[in-house]
Design a binder for this molecule. Structure first.
Ligand SMILES: C[S@@+](CC[C@H](N)C(=O)[O-])C[C@H]1O[C@@H](n2cnc3c(N)ncnc32)[C@H](O)[C@@H]1O
Length: 615
């Protein structure tokens, strides 16, 4: 059996284009190449069986109108994105195309050894009508044995297929969910009993949104951030106990905890794996001595006669309108021309880079709400980059004025974020308070969501760079399958009875449902807690006796299984020798899967017991 491996590009995700040029023309029958448009004549189609999708697809390969050469992609493309979604495949992942009969091919992720049988996915009967481009099993079987060459009249009848859609398995599962109208309040009772803990109601503003009006915090809009007010409430709560606490945030993000700690004059440190966010946090923390007058002067003197090309690997030309893109390139070149001979120049340049990163999404055809996605008909004027950049720089200059007037005693208070993995980094300092909000289990992708800023600020240069950072993070539910496979093949992982129970229930429910977005979900859940265990272990190590570890985290509902993330984190704390001081409910939220199911976001306070010698 002949096969070819092809690498996925952005275009596969966006338009369903699989770049099959590397397969070579000898891999396909010579008559498969059709005219550039359907009307002008199709080639004799091949059949593609797709791993994970119920129906094979019939397609030819179009030729270019001008050159007459193959365009090296399949004409039928609707199935591609469904296939990528099913297997959670990303640009730079590889897929395998095998020729299993003269005109029949099979497509699957490169590493999946097995071609999944149809029983795994939504069932369709031979008599049902299929998605455009797909053919019935009976017909496929016939073709496989006869090696039919699809006479023209047959092709016409295939095109007249009715386009009735299959029942949506996801919707059916939601309608039949045993968790409809349920809540974590009820489902967490057995876990609370075992921990001997009660949830305290304590509604709090824990989200970033109000920060957009707060000095310094407002420099960069980071939707996943914490509320500065919440951090201040925590700091106020322990003011008397620690007097001048040394503060740690292992998941520093854009630095909300650390900025707030510095505004109180407290020393602080953090780790953050996304280099863009680490840069933003450090710039917010360590530019307080920059003269606003110098900042504005440097900005005004920036040359406007050069362009620094936009990053190409993230498809900037689709993300921005042409004149907008040109003006962004002018601003970017202006910033790049600022020399960095002195520390002062370097700080000013960093502030301007931060300001530039903060306006990119607003200038684009996209929106972050909270995930990055295209917005139809977003009106962006050619001058928008200049207007927004000017506003942002002035906003920063105003805040610098204020800091130098109101917080001058703390300008040099040490605070920094290290670009490192919180699972591995060993701090030398000892901390009184660790305050953090870890990534949520089925939450956001903290890398792909910031790819535009990461690309323009040149923290990454390819999709591969992005993937590398993502794979090192605390797991989210769109990591590569290979990463999860390597995890469950490894032996030294943390687990406990609750994790094993949750895993077993998720496995059972995936079988009951017949299909699920990620069949390896039980292991993703397990990896999440293993990752969190590693981070918590590092934090516990550097926490002073009597120090507190405060985490804001939300629980989850996965494949109709309640995952008590907050209580599991508390239990890991117990395993690491901490005491659960309290678990507070800060907010109620709805499950993304079963909207009528109520989840909570909790504040978990763990305390490191004082050693018996009283130290
Ligand atoms: C919920 S956000 C934290 C937001 C932060 N509290 C703020 O206000 O900006 C979680 C952060 O953890 C980071 N992260 C994920 N895995 C990490 C790891 N292994 N080491 C360090 N940081 C990580 C993500 O990039 C993300 O910025």
């Amino acid at each position: 059996m002949e096969s070819r491996v092809i690498e996925l590009t952005q275009s596969a995700h966006k338009y369903g284009n699989l770049n099959i040029a590397s397969c070579g023309s000898e891999f396909f029958p010579p008559d498969v190449f059709g005219a550039s448009c359907r009307k002008a004549g199709l080639g004799i189609p091949i059949i593609i069986k797709i791993d994970g999708l119920p129906n094979p697809v019939e397609t030819d390969i179009p030729k270019d109108k001008k050159t007459g050469k193959p365009r090296w992609m399949f004409r039928e493309r609707k199935w591609v994105r469904e296939f990528l979604r099913y297997h959670n495949l990303y640009p730079t992942d590889n897929i395998l195309i095998e020729r299993i009969a003269k005109r029949i091919y099979q497509v699957r992720p490169e590493n999946s050894k097995r071609f999944r049988p149809r029983a795994n996915v939504t069932k369709s009967t031979p008599s049902s009508n299929f998605l455009s481009g797909t053919i019935s099993k009976r017909r496929l079987d016939k073709l496989t044995t006869e090696q039919s060459l699809f006479p023209k009249q047959h092709r016409k009848s295939l095109d007249l297929r009715l386009n009735q859609s299959r029942p949506d398995a996801r919707k059916v599962n939601i309608l039949n969910s045993p968790k409809k109208n349920g809540s974590s309040t009820v489902d967490s009772l057995p876990y609370l009993k075992e921990l001997n803990v009660k949830i305290i109601e304590n509604a709090q503003p824990i989200q970033f949104a109000p920060n957009i009006n707060e000095h310094i915090h407002r420099w960069a809009p980071y939707v996943q951030g914490f509320s500065a007010l919440f951090v201040q409430t925590v700091l106020d709560q322990y003011r008397k106990i620690y007097r001048k606490p040394v503060v740690l945030d292992p998941f520093a993000g854009c630095g909300t905890v650390l900025v707030q700690a510095k505004l109180n004059g407290y020393l602080s440190t953090g780790t953050e794996l996304n280099p863009l966010l680490q840069f933003i946090a450090n710039t917010k923390l360590n530019s307080w001595d920059v003269s606003p007058r110098h900042l504005l002067k440097t900005y005004k003197e920036m040359p406007r006669n050069k362009r620094r090309p936009a990053p190409t690997f993230i498809k900037s030309t689709s993300q921005f309108k042409k004149p907008v893109l040109r003006n962004l390139e002018i601003i970017n070149a202006g910033i790049a021309s600022i020399p960095t001979h002195t520390e002062k120049q370097e700080k000013i340049k960093n502030l301007l880079r931060l300001a530039f990163s903060a306006i990119l999404v607003d200038c684009s055809n996209l929106k972050r709400s909270p995930c990055l996605g295209y917005v139809k008909n977003k009106v962006i004027h050619e001058s928008t980059p200049f207007v927004l950049f000017n506003q942002k720089v002035e906003e920063i200059a105003d805040d610098l004025h204020l800091i130098q007037w109101q917080h001058k005693d703390f300008i040099h208070t040490e605070s920094n974020v290290i670009c490192s993995n919180a699972m591995a980094f060993k701090h030398k300092n000892k901390f009184d308070l660790a305050i953090t909000s870890p990534p949520y289990m089925n939450g956001l992708d903290y890398v792909m969501n910031y790819k535009i800023e990461m690309g323009w600020l040149e923290f990454v240069h390819s999709q591969r760079d992005l993937k590398k950072i993502k794979d090192a993070m605390v797991v989210c539910d769109n990591v590569s399958k290979g990463l999860i496979r390597r995890f469950y093949e490894s032996s030294s992982t943390y687990t406990n009875t609750w994790i094993e129970e949750v895993k077993a229930n998720i496995k059972k429910n995936i079988v009951r449902r017949g299909t699920y977005r990620r069949e390896d979900m039980p292991y993703i859940v397990h990896k999440y807690f293993d990752d969190m265990y590693k981070v918590m272990k590092n934090v516990v190590f550097c926490l002073k006796s009597g120090g507190r570890f405060i985490l804001v985290v939300g629980d989850s509902l996965i494949a109709d299984v309640y995952v008590p993330t907050d209580l599991l984190i508390a239990r890991i704390g117990l395993d690491l020798g901490l005491k659960i001081e309290k678990v507070e409910k800060a907010r109620e939220r709805r499950s993304g899967q079963i909207r009528s199911y109520k989840l909570r976001e909790s504040i978990i306070t763990l305390i490191k017991k004082r050693q018996s010698n009283g130290s």
